[in-house]
Design a binder for this molecule. Structure first.
Ligand code: ADP
Ligand code: MG
Length: 264
């Protein structure tokens, strides 16, 4: 394997710069505002893989939705490569915890959706096979979602995202529902994929080890409304080792930040 820099970016031009500037966001709940994000600033360089950690319900998914362009922030602004984000775009794709495949479509046809929607399937159909190969699903093109294991379904969801050749891949607890062995295997696969492709990655996870094993940087959020509590550079080369004492030390630091150090 080729040794890469710790940022892992194979080609910096591929990855997107993200600038979250003084973003606050509120929902309305029973007629009263529910503040969810509080003056969040976050700068992500092309090719970084940044993990977002924080208590459940603090606002992590909300922040991802804003970056994906699914809704505008109540306050502040978000830039992609110095341009304000005004809506969803195929260059920024999200993979959720639930693979949400269409049950009546084969794996191939699920993965082809993005190209189909953009009228590119006829001219660029080969990208479907490439995306399936990237996630190790070659040979399962004609399978239906109910014929896949949880890990395979999530790989298919990943291929459906990758077929767009995203410059930003947003992962919202993508491995959260998988059994622990599949999760460990897919953590390595995702890191390999990211290093190979060079996109910018944002990963929400509730698994501190996962964040430390995968990310170049870990952002720790407070409870709702989410504020950035810490921004930790994980300056360790890839492939990483789960027993790395530096990561163990960082894990303790993060548990402290989350108020859970006594469980260590
Ligand atoms: P996390 O991903 O960190 O667990 P979320 O961003 O999903 O948290 O949610 C943060 C808070 O915002 C939660 O209290 C949730 O109930 C609330 N929330 C999320 N989406 C909406 C919505 N569309 N309308 C009202 N409240 C919402
Ligand atoms: Mg969430």
């Amino acid at each position: 394997m080729v040794a890469l820099e710790n940022t892992g970016s194979a080609d910096a031009a591929v990855g997107m710069t993200i600038d979250v500037q003084a973003v606050s966001h509120s929902f309305e709940l029973h007629g009263a505002p529910l503040p969810v994000l509080d003056a969040v600033d976050l700068h992500v360089e092309p090719g970084e893989l940044v993990a977002l950690l924080g208590p459940s319900g603090c606002g992590k998914s909300t922040l991802l939705r804003l970056i994906a362009g699914l809704e505008p922030p109540s306050l502040g602004r978000i830039l992609a490569d110095d341009r304000p984000i005004t809506g969803p775009d195929p260059s920024r794709v999200v993979v959720f915890q639930d693979p949400t495949l269409y049950p009546w479509r084969t794996v191939r046809d699920n993965v082809a959706l993005g190209l189909e929607a953009r009228g590119l399937l006829r001219s660029q159909g080969h990208r479907v096979e490439e995306a399936l190969a990237l996630v190790g699903l070659t040979g399962f093109e004609k399978a239906y979602p109910h014929q896949l294991s949880g890990g395979m379904a999530q790989r298919a969801a990943l291929a459906r995202a990758l077929v767009n050749d995203p410059r930003l891949l947003v992962l919202d607890e993508p491995l959260g529902k998988l059994d622990s062995l599949t999760r460990l295997a897919m953590q390595s696969e995702l890191v390999e994929l990211w290093r190979r492709k060079g996109f910018t990655g944002l990963l929400v996870t509730h698994d501190i080890e996962e964040a430390l094993f995968m990310a170049t940087r870990v952002i720790v959020f407070s409870g709702r409304p989410a504020r950035v509590k810490a921004d930790l550079l994980i300056d360790r080369p890839y492939p990483r080792h789960r027993g790395d004492p530096v990561l163990t030390e960082l894990r303790h630091r993060i548990l402290e930040l989350l108020g859970l150090a006594e469980t260590w």
